[in-house]
Ligand binder design. Structure first.
Ligand SMILES: [Ca+2]
Length: 625
């Protein structure tokens, strides 16, 4: 008995001994927009998903079934990952804000590791600053192979001077398929630095739009939907690259002592055919489908493979890596993430914890405390018990007001600690409240490029509690004001649309508008450039949602079917980020990449036809830069 205990005790000590013996290599692999069910290691994965290498990695790793990211889109999550702190502490709530630049005054991931002798490499998408002065090469990465601005990159055109691939800070002429190239560069980095501790941050842009994959890969899939076939082919190439990296680690005999994380930066976009089963919603939302992601942690020398139900966050990756490397966490800016080593090695139970999300003024926020989750979208609040309802289908907000109050108070206290949004809106959306605006100056003493927030005057806010005043102009149809909204009844012959027109000034940014459609109503938002040329139109009816490119010949870019409750309020949300355009209405989402969306927009026309419609709360917030 005593002898046995002695053996068990010795094994335990032996298992922990390497912790500070040789610092592990650290690899963080971030997939982009990868659906929760678009990996084989999710038991509820979708059909034809082909990720055998990720599945093999999962079988040797800890699969975190409750792994979260701190944002519901690309760049906020990355800001959280790089700092180990809620990105909102820096006033970064949205993709536009974080993508405009993570302040240079912040110490980020590789800068913590370098003093301990790590060689550091960044591969792929950065999206924490659009231009060279924000390059990862200037902030702790010894080697860089990737692209800077915007969330997306063409997968085949790797020599575009307009959107260069950089090696270090030099644009290079590359060819091939981008996902393959990022994998190859990372494998090469590992092979060259296997004798030192290394840190590789590999941020695939796969499987983010544009949907592009080699034709022979796409041909292997047969889902009946060409977009889905392409998305699965993109996932397969990402999987091949991960397989090559694991293969290289094993070949170079550094696999055992490599701490490897694999996550997606946000949930899968539904309109791009991603599948997040069994989670509700997707990218851009704070339902689980937007923020709970595929999440693997592997460190063969320390962690037994298995499944963990601990609630973990991408904010934990930096604190865990530093603990593994024996590096002290900073005292001046304490991490919001926690060291996962005791939990994942089985030495300690998972602690109770609260996690928070917030997009600020546009109205999405959420809090998870224990198994309770509160989700708010522009004042519409849902309460869910995730232990019984992972799909957030049973809203308990009315039944449990005390729980709603408790979680709201938790979120309020957290939000009070966060910085004001750098784009100058309120931290929290308040229905009907006038927007108080005070742009925050960035820290001028830091080596920070000038803030690129768009001029405040370019914001548009029409509450529609009165008819919009000049320079806005309503024409044709009957316009009236009732119940804090503007209502319009188009001319009965249906020949001419009722029209509300006015100036706008933005290229990238976000528009939100509440619409109330009677059966038969059609509302279209048409955008024009400074010369008056019509660029594109977004139109909605209670049963259809479409985006149409306008020109000599109009081109339907994408449409989706709706089954909308008529005569009820539904929010339309449009987001422009370079050529990427995301339109969300009710529960449907359309994502399109087209150069037309990257053009400067100078006029908005609201066109109403067929039956009466209500308009409420139009807000346009231009993105920085
Ligand atoms: Ca993303």
């Amino acid at each position: 008995m005593h002898f046995l205990l002695l053996i068990v005790g010795s094994l335990f000590l032996f298992a922990l001994a390497p912790l500070h013996a040789a610092p592990p290599n650290i690899i963080v692999i971030v997939a982009d927009d990868l659906g929760y069910a678009d990996v084989l290691f999710n038991p509820q994965h979708a059909g034809q998903v082909a990720t055998p290498h990720l599945d093999a990695l999962a079988s040797q790793a800890v699969v975190c079934r409750q792994g979260y990211v701190s944002g519901n889109v690309c760049s906020p999550t990355r800001a959280g990952l790089m700092t180990g702190r809620y990105q909102q502490r820096l006033g970064l709530y949205t993709g536009g804000e974080a993508g405009s630049g993570l302040p240079m005054s912040e110490t980020i991931f590789p800068q913590f590791l370098k003093p301990a002798g790590y060689v550091t490499g960044q591969f792929g998408k950065w999206h924490l600053g659009p231009t060279l002065e924000w390059s990862p090469a200037h902030r702790g990465f010894d080697e860089v192979f990737g692209f800077l601005g915007r969330g997306a990159h063409d997968y085949f055109k790797l020599d575009d001077p307009e959107d260069p691939i950089y090696r270090g800070t030099t644009p290079v002429q590359e060819s091939g398929y981008l996902t393959d190239r990022l994998g190859e560069e990372t494998c090469d980095f590992i092979a060259r630095h296997k004798d030192k501790p290394f840190f590789a941050y590999l941020a695939f842009n796969a499987v983010h739009a544009p949907l592009q994959a080699p034709a022979d890969e796409v041909a292997k899939f047969d889902t009946g939907n060409e977009s889905r076939n392409t998305l699965l082919a993109m996932g397969k190439r990402l999987d091949d690259a991960v397989g090559a990296i694991v293969g290289t680690l094993k070949k170079e005999a550094v696999w055992e002592n490599t701490l490897l994380f694999f996550i997606s930066d946000n949930g899968g976009p539904l309109a791009q055919t991603a599948v997040n089963t069994p989670l509700r919603g997707g990218k851009h939302q704070d339902y689980e489908g937007g923020i709970r992601v595929p999440f693997l942690v592997s460190w063969p020398a320390q962690f037994k493979p298995g499944v963990s139900d601990a609630v973990v966050s991408a904010l934990d990756i930096l604190p865990t890596a530093l603990a593994a490397a024996g590096i002290r966490a900073p005292d001046d800016k304490p991490f919001d993430g926690i060291n996962l080593i005791p939990i994942l090695s089985g030495a300690a139970p998972a602690p109770a914890r609260d996690l928070f999300w917030c997009n600020s003024g546009d109205g999405w926020w959420a809090v998870r405390s224990g198994d309770w989750k509160l989700v708010a979208e522009r004042g519409r609040i849902g309460l869910f018990d995730l232990s019984k309802d992972i799909s957030e289908s049973n809203d308990l907000a009315t039944a449990k007001p005390d729980q709603v109050a408790k979680l709201t108070a938790l979120h309020d206290a957290w939000l009070a600690e966060m910085a004001p949004p750098v784009r100058g809106v309120e931290k929290r959306f308040t229905p009907g409240a006038p927007k108080k605006v005070k742009p925050k100056a960035r820290n001028k003493t830091a080596a920070t490029p000038p803030a690129t927030a768009a001029a405040e005057s370019d914001k548009v806010h029409l509450p529609f509690n009165t008819l919009p005043a000049k320079p806005w102009k309503a024409q044709r149809g009957e316009w009236s004001v009732k119940d804090g909204a503007v209502w319009v009844t188009p001319e009965t012959d249906g020949e001419q649309d009722a029209l509300l027109r006015g100036p706008v000034k933005f290229r990238a940014g976000k528009l939100t508008l509440d619409l109330n459609l009677a059966t038969g109503a059609r509302v279209a938002l048409r955008f024009r450039d400074a010369e008056g040329n019509a660029l594109f139109r977004v139109e909605v009816t209670p049963d259809r949602f479409a985006v149409i490119k306008l020109g000599e010949r109009n081109e339907l870019l994408r449409d989706a079917t709706l089954t909308l409750e008529p005569n009820a309020w539904h929010q339309l949300q449009l987001i422009w980020d370079g050529p990427e355009f995301v339109a969300t209405f009710a529960d449907q989402q359309i994502i399109i990449t087209d150069p037309v969306f990257d053009q400067a927009k100078s006029e908005l026309n609201l066109l109403i036809n067929g039956a009466p419609a209500g308009l409420r709360e139009l807000v346009i917030i231009p993105a920085g830069g």
